[in-house]
Design a protein around this ligand. Structure first.
Ligand code: URA
Length: 440
């Protein structure tokens, strides 16, 4: 039998007709994306065929592997220890990485973390970190390696040569209505994470109004695929399904989220933020081989907060990456917005709901996020002191503090925030933050 043709139109036709792509066909597609031997319309046509026809777990694993190998794969094998990272599918007020990476590193597990920027309603770790004066995230993979070796942690941005196929394919998906497709999401996330040189990965797959996946069932399907494909890539992977209907913590923005993360490292963080951080951290310590079970891991994490070692590690990382470490002890050194005004409660009552998506849109209006990838971000603006469901307020109390650099944006954000917060008579039943845990 002659070998199947690797012409783009033949590969597209095979997927269009519902066939399983061979590894050679997947490789041809990924190569074509990177060396531009496939036209954008051919890449887009195959993306749509995949969107409509799906991919088997094996095809998804092949696509992930090919995308990971489309660029440099970091090699951290000479660094002792099991290297474990965390990835979140994105939410509102999700500053967990800022606490978790130094915390887990302080407990003895190396954390190589390559993060992204915010887009749409969800914030990005890099934007938050870059609100620390001087902090550099555009480090080379060689420097990344040395930071993980010397400090047990690096917090950098995606370099150009890391999974370049994803950059090409994601930008096409964004404009061809092919983002919401589990095999494509899975290969996009995991190709970047597996190229970091990790041994294990803990995923925070969020569901709800403020998440990429709106329902728990969809989040579960994505989590199952991520765990399966990560496992096929030879990594230990666990996924936590976490609720994202209300913002995580009380701050949404960039500098304001750094300040809240630092408070968390001091043991003064909001309970919901600390709970998600600890639950993810427990699995990272177990996978990293420094705790025999989740209970022992929790004790270690709490001790690293209590004895100041997690905060000290964050200070050391900030200094090593060019940031001003004095910011850690004096958050007043973070960028400050010109205008700071509260949203007063229109009446007394109990906070029944805080709509994460509406809060995110208020933050976006202030300039804290990007509507498009090319937009710039104002790191000083955002929302702090946000009330949480179950809290009682008196008429005129602050529901939150808005940090703005523009009067019109301030007024719009105040209006949105007022509409986002529902006051009632009785506290809502508390929802579990972690709905499920999937272990490979
Ligand atoms: N995040 C990614 O990195 N890729 C996707 O496809 C979706 C979310």
């Amino acid at each position: 039998m002659s070998a199947p043709s690797l012409f783009p139109q033949h590969i597209i036709a095979r997927k269009r007709d519902g066939h399983r792509l061979t590894r050679a066909e997947v490789d041809a597609f990924v190569r074509g994306a990177v060396d531009q031997s496939w036209a954008d319309y051919q890449l887009s046509a195959l993306l749509m065929a995949i969107f409509l026809r799906g991919m088997t777990p094996e095809e998804t694993a092949d696509l992930t592997d090919a995308m990971m190998r489309s660029g440099t794969v970091a090699d951290l094998r000479d660094i002792p220890g099991i290297k474990v990272d965390k990835h979140s599918t994105g939410g509102v007020g999700d500053k967990v990485s800022l606490l978790l990476a130094p915390l887990v590193a302080a407990c003895g597990v190396p954390v190589p973390m390559i993060s992204g920027r915010g887009l749409g309603h969800s914030g990005g770790t890099l934007d938050k970190l870059e609100s620390i004066p001087g902090f550099r995230t555009d480090l080379s993979l060689a420097r990344y390696h040395d930071l993980v070796r010397d400090l047990g942690c690096a917090l950098i941005g995606q370099t150009r040569d890391l999974a370049p196929a994803d950059r090409v394919l994601y930008s096409l998906r964004d404009v061809t209505a092919t983002v919401e497709c589990i095999p494509l999401i899975c290969s996009s996330i995991l190709s970047k994470k597996l190229a970091e040189g990790i041994d294990a990965l803990v995923l925070d797959v969020k569901f709800g109004r403020g998440a990429f996946m709106k329902t728990r069932d969809d989040a579960r399907r994505l989590a199952e695929a991520l765990v399966r494909v990560g496992r096929a890539g030879g990594k230990q992977v666990r996924a936590l399904l976490t609720a994202m209907d209300v913002p995580l913590g009380r701050a949404v923005g960039n500098a304001v989220e750094v300040a809240e993360a630092v408070a968390g490292l001091r043991g003064q963080g909001p309970a919901d933020l600390m709970e998600v951080t600890f639950r993810l951290g427990e699995h990272m310590l177990v996978l990293g081989g420094v705790a025999s079970d989740l209970t022992a891991a929790r004790r270690k994490l709490e001790a690293a907060i209590a004895d100041g070692s997690a905060l000290a590690r964050f200070r050391a990382i900030v200094a090593a990456q060019g940031g001003d470490p004095r910011t850690i002890d004096d958050p007043g050194r973070l960028p400050q917005a010109r205008l700071q005004q509260s949203v007063p409660a229109p009446r007394s009552g109990v906070v029944v709901d805080v709509d994460a998506m509406e809060v995110a849109l208020a933050a976006l209006r202030l300039g804290a996020g990007r509507a498009r990838a090319s937009d710039s971000v104002d790191r000083a603006v955002g929302i702090s002191g946000l009330v949480q469901p179950g809290e009682r307020v008196q008429s005129g109390d602050a529901l939150c503090l808005v940090h703005a650099n523009d009067e019109a944006a301030l007024r719009d954000a105040q209006e949105r925030l007022l509409a986002a917060i529902t006051l009632g008579e009785a506290a809502p039943a508390p929802q579990p933050l972690v709905a499920d845990v999937l272990v490979a």
